[in-house]
Design a binder for this molecule. Sequence first.
Ligand code: ADP
Length: 424
Amino acid sequence: MRAQPKVLVVDDEESVVVTIKAILQLDGYDVATTTSGVRARSMVRDTEYDLVLSDLRLEDGDGLDVLKAVRECHPDTITIMLTGYASLESAIQALRAGAYDYLVKPSEVEELRSTVARGIERRRLGQELRVRLEQLERANREIGDLNSSLQRRVDDATAELKERYEQLKELDRMKSQFLSIASHELKTPITAMSGFLQVALRRVRRMSEGEAPVPVADGLRGITEQLEVVYRQTGKLARLVDELLDVSRIQTGRIEFRYGDVDLSELATEVATRMQLSTTAHEISVRHNSQSVVTADRDHLEQVLNNLVTNAIKYSPSGGAINIEVRPDDGGVRLSVTDEGIGIPEKELEAIFGLFYRSPDRAARDAAGMGLGLYISKEIVVRHGGRIWAESAGTKGSTLNVVIPRVPIGATKTDVAQPSAARR
Ligand code: ADP
């Protein structure tokens, strides 16, 4: 049920006010009255009427002031002005000032009723229109929000697809790169071995058939040298296959660590002494500190250090000093391998730890490798809870740093309790 429309009647003649009130009450309105302009103004401020019917000329003020007060406080309230013939002029002025209509006094009852009814209907329609407009605006906003959230989802999905596509492309690129690098790297020692074995075989055949062109002792020395080359090449092949196996173990999560106490100074000295045997162009030295014991997998850390020193040798083709420094760092122990080689361009400092990453730089390309050593080293170090990073001035010398925490982060107690044992 709709509430009774509230009407205020203002006229300084008591009889007019009473009559109008009686007529309008019969039509179902809730009617308030006053004969004072001042009082009327305060009433419209306090109460929101649906319609105000006011005489233009009041003893204690102007009907236009009542109209003004209504428009200030409740602009949607309908105002109808009552006027005598004489002030038609002011009635027009009242319309201009925002009154809805005017009635000329004395007005007919029917005209009064229908004008008020129209005013009330007008207000009701206006209110309904506003509600509808608000609903429309809300719906519009919701559609807008939905639209942009939909757009956002489409954008996100597109971006994700693009990323997946790029990842797939990158994987594809890496796969072909791997196949070409791996086959090249594996083929080189096999070709060398096959060549040397052929020569050695020919020698042995000739000797066994008694047609040795050279004395037997010389022939045997030649064969021995060739077999040594072949032996060295099998070592190289085995290392390459080991690297591939390591990557496969890492990627399938089958890499296992056996933790124990490892003295990194001792390990560094051991690796340096062994690697020094493989080069005369480089001078490998170790600087260390007494506090360098960590709980770690010795064989895997040895593999990391081996990789770093092998690289230091490989990427210093004109020789030079290689220093391994061992010192406490950040609650762990830091190993730094510094060389005086070709250096690493700044933009590659991080990329070199990627799978199959090989520098596009010619000088680096000349050295053989599959781009796996640093990837494997990083995986080992990270799985110990440590860090690995490269520093280089760009074209002269590099330092590869590794920090191993004193106790491996994330290793379980049983891991740590296990004794260190040979890995392969
Ligand atoms: P590989 O040596 O088999 O190419 P690595 O993963 O060991 O693979 O190294 C990746 C790349 O990082 C190398 O190809 C080389 O460009 C660069 N690099 C590594 N160590 C050094 C170093 N000490 N000096 C200069 N470049 C290096």
